[in-house]
Design a protein around this ligand. Structure first.
Ligand code: NIG
Ligand code: FE
Length: 407
């Protein structure tokens, strides 16, 4: 059945904007006093509310609201056990992320706690985080494994992630990050990666637990040569690729481009050479301001990437270590202020450009044929949204045309 939602003070459609490069706010299509005609969870038509009025059942909007596409968070590690509060306290006292990792803490600490957690414990904590994201307007979220680092616990994480996807009214895209760091049970990286390829990949495929594979290319994680081997094996096995790249040192983004990865994520250390490579490629450069804030380090060069012609997505990286805040809108607003991103560029980074990073073409803009994933803010001008620096949350969120209950 067809349903009309509106009238909205402004609908920011984000349609008709290129996938790559800079965007001026004057490129935004703004439909004033607009309405959306929805059928079977998708947008049938969009236009002036008065054009549709009287012909369809109406879900009436009674106050001034600005409508945007639902947010897409294309990089998170939201499934974990325990906390990393000790780690955080050490870091704000001066220890570095890499030092803590090297002496067996950091990611390894979360591996120990996640392995100890039962599926029920992981499900409950992940449900809470995912519901918070949903209420804050995130209608599609990517969630990685990577705190199991063995067959049993990686599968446990991916099963928990899948079960939350079935329970909640948002879409969850999972990714296998067994190549986060080498599990302590292995002596060398290549043996560990071979173990993942031979003992985990077949199960992931046959049980359809994920079709995406990620690797942390970095000192104290995996070098370029081993990562290239692993990504080639993953591609051969039919997985889509994404890479943790250029967080502390460069080379990951070059590899991501070379391997045709959907996205290269982090990029805090990305410099001129890498910017050029990313811009000439179809690999999305995903910046993770939450990790810069969590580690007290520089933001990724989003402005330079856009000016060079790259496709830039913005994601939360929500994880217990480097990015515990998990507030996508706050983080997008902050990187926008520091990197001088236009409102249009920031909105694009958390909607249709993030969809591209996940290989999804059915969402991220408001136009006919796209999913009716919608968020509405209680403001009358779209520029007020980022002016609140992320503190103003959407008052209404729809997933495929259905309101997500706000309790
Ligand atoms: O994207 N840098 C690697 N992985 C995560 C952090 C994971 C953790 O510290 O638990 C990141 O920042
Ligand atoms: Fe990450």
């Amino acid at each position: 059945m067809k349903k009309l939602i509106g009238p909205f003070k402004q609908i920011i459609t984000l349609r008709g904007i290129p996938l790559k490069g800079p965007i001026g706010d004057d490129q935004l299509e703004i439909i004033s006093d607009g309405g959306l005609l929805i059928e079977n969870g998708s947008i049938l038509q969009i236009g002036a509310f008065s054009k549709f009025e009287g012909k369809f059942e109406v879900e009436e909007i009674k106050s001034d609201l600005v409508l945007l596409p639902g947010l897409i968070d294309s990089h998170t590690h939201m499934c974990w056990g325990g906390t990393r509060a000790e780690d955080y306290a050490l870091r704000i006292s001066g220890a570095t992320y890499q030092e803590i990792l090297k002496r067996g803490g950091g990611i390894h600490e979360s591996v120990r706690k996640t392995r100890k957690s039962t599926p029920e414990e992981l499900t409950n904590s992940l449900r809470g985080r995912a519901m918070r994201h949903a209420r804050e307007g995130v209608t599609t979220v990517e969630i990685k494994s990577g705190y199991g680092l063995n067959v049993q616990d990686e599968i446990k994480m991916l099963e928990v992630i899948a079960s939350i996807g079935e329970q909640l009214p948002i879409n969850i895209i999972s990714t296998c990050l067994a190549a986060h760091v080498r599990s302590k049970e292995f002596e060398d990286n290549r043996t560990y990666l071979d173990f993942i390829v031979n003992s985990l990949f077949p199960d992931l495929k046959s049980r359809k637990l994920t079709n995406r594979v990620d690797i942390f290319v970095e000192e104290n994680a995996f070098n370029v040569e081993d990562s290239k081997y692993y990504l080639s094996q993953a591609r051969k096995a039919g997985f889509e690729l994404t890479v943790h790249a250029d967080q502390f040192s460069t080379s990951g983004s070059r590899l991501a481009v070379e391997m045709g990865a959907l996205s290269a994520d982090h990029l805090e250390s990305t410099a001129a050479k890498e910017i050029k490579l990313l811009s000439a490629s179809n690999t999305v450069g995903t910046v993770l301001p939450g990790a810069s804030i969590g580690l007290g380090m520089q933001f990724a060069p989003a402005r330079k990437l856009l000016d060079a012609g790259a496709c830039v997505a913005i994601a939360s990286d929500w994880n217990p270590g480097s990015a515990p805040m998990g507030d996508l809108l706050v983080q997008a607003a902050l990187i926008g202020a520091y990197e001088k991103l236009s409102t249009a560029e920031t909105f694009a980074g958390i909607t249709f450009r993030a969809a591209k990073a996940l290989g999804l073409s059915d969402r991220g803009t408001l136009e006919s044929g796209k999913l009716a994933d919608l968020i509405a803010f209680e403001v009358s001008d779209y520029r007020e949204i980022l002016w609140h620096q992320g503190k103003l949350k959407p008052c209404l969120v729809w997933k495929e045309g259905n309101l997500i209950e706000n309790d």
